[in-house]
Design a protein. Structure first.
Length: 253
């Protein structure tokens, strides 16, 4: 079997109803994994699952709150019903920009709740499952270029993504001897429903494309999903605690 193949494995993907999470779920299915898609909106999950099944893949859905232990436990049950769970991708996340001086604590807490708390709960649940069964596995968290730099108007988002990267490295060290690899993918801006309003601002778009990104282009959903697939499969067996920056060179300045 190719080291790029995920045949015989099950992947659990949070935030799988749309955007990057959905693209990752579809790509893992193309690699042969059966996929448990997790998000809160049932209709989006069913649409994503239909796309996977139409392509010959296998998928199930769990409409739950991935920021709660109960929701993640339900998602884990759905995944294990598919077979041998070996992969977790934590793509659930959100952003709300705003000046730090005026930023509300409600928005601050909302970002940490979904971007950090949900990531930790899912990693802990799947990591525990893998180690109790004594099988190797791969956990891939979703960070951002903002996990390595600062940016005006994004103090909360930067803080959460720095936290995700710290968590990723800590879990990688803690679980390495148990055969559980933990890595992160950190993309630059990708045009999704979340980022579309930001990128519709022509001044901001020029700032991103002409000044910040050496490549002069946004990342695509496929760019991110291919990086996730690499970290999920055996081709990356000696890679753990790494942050793979799919950022068009943003963080090399």
């Amino acid at each position: 079997m190719s080291v790029w193949s995920l045949e015989g494995r099950v992947a659990l993907v949070t935030g799988a109803g749309r955007g990057i999470g959905r693209a990752c779920a579809v790509e893992l299915a193309r690699a042969g994994a059966a996929v448990a898609l997790v998000a809160r909106t049932q209709s989006e999950l069913e649409d994503a699952a239909a796309q996977i099944r139409d392509g010959g893949g296998k998928a199930t859905v769990a409409s739950v709150d991935a920021a709660t232990p109960e929701g993640v436990a339900e998602a884990l049950r759905a995944a294990t019903e598919l077979g041998d769970l070996r992969i977790l991708v934590t793509a659930a996340g959100t952003n709300r920009a705003g000046s730090a001086r005026d930023y509300t604590l409600e928005d601050w807490d909302r970002l940490f709740h979904l971007n950090v708390r949900a990531t930790f709960i899912a990693c802990r649940a799947v990591g525990d499952d893998l180690m109790r069964r004594a099988v190797p596995g791969s956990i891939v968290t979703l960070s951002s270029q903002m996990g390595a730099v600062g940016y005006p108007g994004r103090s909360a988002y930067c803080a959460t993504k720095h936290a995700v990267e710290g968590l990723t490295r800590a879990l990688a060290v803690e679980w390495a001897r148990e055969g559980v690899r933990v890595n992160a993918v950190a993309p630059t801006f990708v045009e999704t429903r979340l980022t579309k309003p930001m990128l519709a601002d022509l001044e901001f778009r020029r700032e991103v494309l002409e000044r910040r990104l050496p490549t002069g282009r946004l990342a695509t959903l496929d760019d991110v999903a291919h990086a996730v697939r690499y970290l999920a499969c055996d081709a990356s067996n000696s890679v753990t605690g790494h942050v793979l920056r799919v950022d068009g060179g943003w963080t090399t300045w």
